[in-house]
Design a protein around this ligand. Structure first.
Ligand code: NAD
Length: 476
């Protein structure tokens, strides 16, 4: 199968192609367009041309298109799930979950399209402002350049496309090299649903080369990036006056307090999911767990025994919970970080070895905060477990990080929950949930090296519109 680019409402035959590989079996899934700079330029031309038509659509029309895409996606859910499973090496049950979430994100976008309201400003509060009615509107900004990562090749694309189109913008998606197929298929659904040609373009290929075209073209008003902190920082330094949203990585932490001692089994089950769902290749993967010393041993035993039971297999098999990593480079880097930690005194409780193109699920303790498995983003199936004497020590360790995306706290002590919620230096605090928790309409954004700006449909729309004030002088 050869998949081309998606420009001006249709698939375009590409100049060059590259092979998309299934990481577990190493089979070629498809040959996909490896776009040139001039093809990206054509996409910008097409998005620029389509903006007038998009802007002229009513909010009901935009909502209608988004809802129709949600309906179409539901109809072909299994096909999309299989595509995600193959290109991203995501276990099929998790891939189905991603399609369900994408349907929901589209429906949230449709709802929000109808509620992009402004406010009334009483200008007569200022001296000389009498006799005027004033209000604000949120106008679309124009072309949004979206650059997306491999780990949620559908839902994280929808998180940019849904809000951009809901607001009346046009968009160009540069998907991750490993996972371009889901976004190309999604673009076809939008055309079926009646989106104007050119309003949604997909240009697969090399990140630095194609990203540069989006960054250099003044018609592209905003870059919405989800990916690694290294690339995010580079994009911000190159973006000039363009708007930028950066959704980056993290080494998310969880605290388990002694007041939750009656729920340790349940919390350990949730923590296993948080640490190992999709092999830990999730920006809010539970990477660091701090447990009150009085319940540490019980929690440790429960976590390790549950971890050993998680089935490893082929991503297309319904029973598989974990499988190979996205590539061998990741596998080798993570094994190196585990070995470095063990050499400097960490205890390996389980895992730590290669399996197929992945790694056996790994739990480590006796970690130093300078070990890479603690202070950097592992983005793999590794979790560290440390005892703490109280919540204050937990708070200090959780905040001792360059990142700040999600944090979780299990406690039955209200005062402690509130103190942690206010003290944690992160974008989102989840009390009595693991940090690996995201609902698609909640505000979602990082602090420190985890990002800049917000997603979560309504909040993404705010960053994809510009505020205009209109004043009516009725005494003139
Ligand atoms: P990545 O940074 O390697 O790539 C992301 C995208 O950036 C790809 O499309 C890539 O082609 C492009 N790119 C690479 N270099 C570029 C450049 N110089 N200019 C412009 N674009 C460039 O990330 P990845 O490996 O695909 O994804 C994993 C990372 O994404 C992790 O750090 C993870 O935490 C993060 N992530 C964050 C969130 C979030 O919402 N905060 C969600 C998912 C993933």
């Amino acid at each position: 199968m050869v998949k081309g680019l998606f420009i001006e409402g249709m698939e375009v035959t590409p100049t060059n192609t590259y092979a998309v590989i299934q990481p577990h079996t190493e089979e070629v899934v498809a040959q996909v367009a490896d776009a040139t700079e001039s093809e990206m330029q054509q996409a910008v031309d097409s998005a620029y041309k389509a903006f007038g038509e998009m802007k002229a659509l009513s909010s009901a029309d935009r909502a209608g298109i988004l809802n129709r895409v949600a309906d179409l996606l539901e109809e072909v859910k299994e096909d999309f799930a299989r595509t995600i499973a193959l290109e991203a090496c995501k276990p099929i049950t998790a891939a189905r979950g991603e399609v369900d979430r994408s349907v929901q994100t589209l429906r949230f976008s449709a709802d929000e399209a109808k509620h992009i309201g402004g406010e009334y400003i009483p200008l007569d509060a200022a001296k000389g402002g009498e006799g005027r009615d004033a209000y604000t509107i949120h106008e679309p900004i124009g072309i949004v350049g979206a650059i997306t990562p491999f780990n949620f090749p559908l839902n994280l694309v929808v998180h940019k496309v849904g809000p951009a189109l809901a607001a009346g913008n046009t968009i160009i998606v540069k998907p991750a090299e490993q996972t371009p197929l889901s976004s190309l298929k999604l673009a076809e659904l939008f055309i079926k649903a009646g989106l104007p040609d050119g309003a949604f373009n997909v240009i697969p290929g090399d990140g630095p080369k194609l990203g540069r075209v989006l960054l250099d073209d003044s018609r592209v008003q905003k870059i919405s990036f989800t990916g690694s902190p290294q690339v995010g920082k580079l994009i911000k330094s190159q973006a000039g006056l363009k708007r930028v949203t950066l959704e980056l990585g993290s080494n998310s932490a969880l605290y388990v307090d002694e007041s939750s001692k009656d729920s340790l089994e349940d919390i350990a089950s949730k923590a296993v999911t948080g640490a190992f769902v999709y092999n830990g290749q999730v920006c809010i993967s539970t990477q660091r767990i701090y447990v009150h010393e009085s319940v540490f041993e019980d929690f440790k035993q429960s976590l390790v025994s549950k971890t050993k039971k998680v089935p490893f297999g082929d991503p297309l098999d319904d029973d598989t919970m974990v499988t190979s990593l996205i590539n061998k480079k990741s596998q080798q880097r993570i094994l190196k970080w585990i070995n470095e930690a063990v050499e400097s005194g960490a205890t390996l409780l389980t895992g730590g070895e290669a399996k197929a193109n992945g790694i056996l699920l790994t739990v480590l303790t006796d970690i130093r905060s300078t070990d890479k498995v603690s202070c950097q983003e592992v983005f793999g199936p590794v979790v560290i477990l440390q005892p703490v004497k109280d919540d204050e020590e937990a708070l200090n360790l959780m905040n001792d990080s360059d990142f700040g995306l999600n944090a979780g706290v299990f406690t039955n002590n209200l005062q402690q929950a509130l103190a942690m919620a206010h003290g944690l230096d992160v974008g989102q605090v989840l009390v009595n949930d693991i940090p690996t928790t995201r609902f698609d309409h909640m505000p979602y954004g990082g602090v420190k090296s985890s990002g800049y700006g917000h997603e979560g449909v309504k909040y993404a729309i705010r960053e994809m519109t510009r505020l205009k004030m209109i004043s009516l002088n009725y005494r003139f």
